[in-house]
Write a protein that binds this ligand. Sequence first.
Ligand SMILES: CC(C)(COP(=O)(O)OP(=O)(O)OC[C@H]1O[C@@H](n2cnc3c(N)ncnc32)[C@H](O)[C@@H]1OP(=O)(O)O)[C@@H](O)C(=O)NCCC(=O)NCCS
Length: 147
Amino acid sequence: MGIPHLLIRRIEKRDFERVSGITNYHFPHRRATPSKILKRLSKGFDYFVAVVDGVVAGFADFKLMERKVKLMELAVDPEFRQMGIGSALLAKICEVAVREGKSAAYLQVKQSNLPAIKLYQRNGFVITRKVEKGAESFYVMSKSLEI
Ligand SMILES: CC(C)(COP(=O)(O)OP(=O)(O)OC[C@H]1O[C@@H](n2cnc3c(N)ncnc32)[C@H](O)[C@@H]1OP(=O)(O)O)[C@@H](O)C(=O)NCCC(=O)NCCS
């Protein structure tokens, strides 16, 4: 799906405040701040932001591991959802991972998060196992990047 004026690019310092806000809206327990983003960047995590008409509409962060890419968080501001932005962010990360020679992408998602599970399935991810963390159940989902 094409969105006019959608740009997926690496995070820049001027995005830190907005990305912290989107993170805390969706995942309040993270207590994201611009300085935490900076710290994560220095530890090898990377972020892409989705920009629509100059507004950061969503982001995804990830880490290139030895053989695979690990997707960490993905969130799209409610007013920009179901326009293909989540899929575009996933596609960009997979593109970078393929370029870096990684064999697969993987992530963990709450079993109750059906919109996210559908998004990942729609983009080629499959459920590979289930993990229990306290009272919460998660799926590990992965996608082969080998051509
Ligand atoms: C999950 C999320 C990132 C999806 O972003 P998005 O930009 O709306 O996703 P897309 O528009 O690319 O949707 C792609 C597919 O995902 C599925 N999907 C997205 N939103 C959905 C919803 N509310 N209900 C059911 N399926 C949904 C659909 O299959 C959709 O494809 P289709 O419209 O062609 O059927 C967004 O809903 C979000 O930010 N949720 C809160 C944060 C979150 O849960 N993040 C994931 C944590 S692991």
